[in-house]
Design a protein around this ligand. Structure first.
Ligand code: LLP
Length: 426
């Protein structure tokens, strides 16, 4: 949900810090995260569960933004996290994040990744397919270990941004299909394995979801699946994990639902059942970090095309935010040093990458800019830095956390030297 922007002396203020000073101090492009907003999002989810009297766990989907410092914030907030690769797991462990609060996802985890998880006593491995059950069984045998697991299911519900349809998700690369009996087959295999403890069942229906209908259907379906497992195996899950996907507002067209509305609707559905409601876990990524992130750029060149909108270029682009080019994602921006300026013009905001598709914002009304002005694109906290890359050999930006009027560098800006650090001569 869009944060209220604050400004002072015409400058955008983030977490009590002047964004123009941040641009000067750390350079641009620069990712800035307002940490108080992240903490407050987690607290909103927690409060929603508590109001509805559900046992719960908030597990931050760290693919949205995965650096040591954010894992440390999650540790301070007592949240769980999920990881989807050995790299995310390594980063979390290096950050000192407690391994028993980590869930490990992925549709093709390797033997090495599973062994790393087992050796580090990870909280739960979310099993995705039959090959993985065998692989994990081998890992557990060779390490003489045991581990908690959950089954990722494709319950036949797929939620897209505004619509949902009941069958779409069955044709997915993730998880055990419920309809065809794969889920029950997988449960049998796991329940028969003495080194695996089946903690519960998991499903994730999509991302950037605005409606509650998909989640209500999912909650209902998961309770039905639990009942089937009870009938078949006399097994009742301790946990039902409903995944993530809660939408946020990137522009005026987006109309997201609050955490409390999502959770109260889910709770109402779950409580219709006469069975015990298991602990409910959710895995929000975007809704935890999305709105807290800003990307600051310096405005450079400008091209005026007769009868068309001008192109205003910034010193970053698709390398630090691939989402407009990849998903036609729509962002909004402000001119961080001209917050009080009323004289506006409409322009394309272009990146500096050698591709016509590198347009960060197709159209935006902004105060008239000149080279050296600072542009702030809003709501870039999720899937921005985590999907950043070095196309055109542009170094990736630095990341700064701000809180209580203080700023702290948490990821250094890449240097040209960093860019060639893995290159070998030939
Ligand atoms: N849990 C699972 C199993 C997931 O696959 C995902 C996201 C999440 C949780 C978190 O979803 P969220 O709350 O962040 O929507 N790169 C895309 C988004 C990909 C999401 C993949 N899975 C984007 O930039 O929109």
């Amino acid at each position: 949900i869009r944060n209220e922007l604050t400004s002072k002396n015409g400058h955008l203020i983030i977490g009590g810090v002047d964004s123009v000073d941040l641009a000067k101090k750390y350079g641009t492009p620069l990712y800035v995260f307002d940490i108080e907003m992240i903490r407050s999002q987690i607290r909103k989810f927690k409060a929603a569960f508590e109001e509805n009297d559900l046992n719960y766990q908030i597990s931050y989907a760290s693919k949205a933004f995965a650096v040591k410092a954010i894992y440390q914030v999650m540790k301070q907030e007592n949240a769980h996290i999920d990881v989807v690769s050995g790299g995310e797991l390594f980063t979390a462990l290096e950050a000192g994040f407690p391994s028993d609060k980590i869930s490990f996802h992925g549709n093709n985890k390797s033997y090495a990744e599973l062994e790393m998880a087992v050796k580090n006593h990870i909280g739960v491995i979310i099993l995705d397919n039959f090959h993985e059950i065998e692989l994990l069984s081998d890992v557990l045998q060779s390490n003489n270990a045991s581990v908690n697991v959950m089954l990722r299911l494709t319950p036949g519900i797929s939620a897209h941004t505004h619509k949902y349809d009941q069958t779409g998700q069955t044709d997915s690369k993730f998880g055990f299909d419920v309809e065809s009996g794969q889920a029950s087959q997988a449960a049998k295999a796991v329940l028969n394995n003495k080194q695996m403890n089946l903690l519960g069942i998991h499903a994730h229906i999509g991302s950037q979801i605005f409606g509650t209908e998909g989640f209500i259907m999912l909650a209902k379906k998961m309770m039905e699946i639990a009942k089937q497992l009870k009938e078949e195996f006399n097994y009742w899950p301790q946990v039902i994990n409903l995944g993530g996907g809660f939408g946020i507002s990137y522009n005026q067209d987006d109309d997201p639902i609050s955490a409390s509305e999502f959770i109260s609707k889910i709770a109402a559905e779950l409580k219709k059942s006469d069975e015990n409601v298991p602990e409910i876990w959710i895995e929000p990524g975007r809704s935890i970090v999305g709105a807290s992130g800003y990307t600051l750029y310096t405005i450079g060149s400008r091209k005026d095309v007769p009868q068309h909108l001008p192109y205003v270029s910034v010193d970053g682009g698709m390398g630090d935010n691939i989402r407009p080019a990849l998903y036609q994602a729509k962002y909004e921006a402000v001119v961080a040093n001209k917050m009080d300026e009323k004289d506006v013009e409409t322009a394309h905001i272009a990146g500096k990458y050698c591709e016509s598709g590198d347009i960060l914002i197709d159209k935006q009304a902004l105060p008239k800019t000149k080279p050296g002005d600072i542009l702030a694109i809003l709501d870039t906290g999720a899937y921005g830095y985590s999907m950043a890359m070095n196309y055109n050999r542009n170094p990736r930006p630095a990341v700064v956390f701000v809180e209580n009027g203080q700023s702290k560098l948490v990821v250094k800006r890449e240097t040209y030297q960093d860019l060639i650090s893995l290159d070998c001569d030939y």
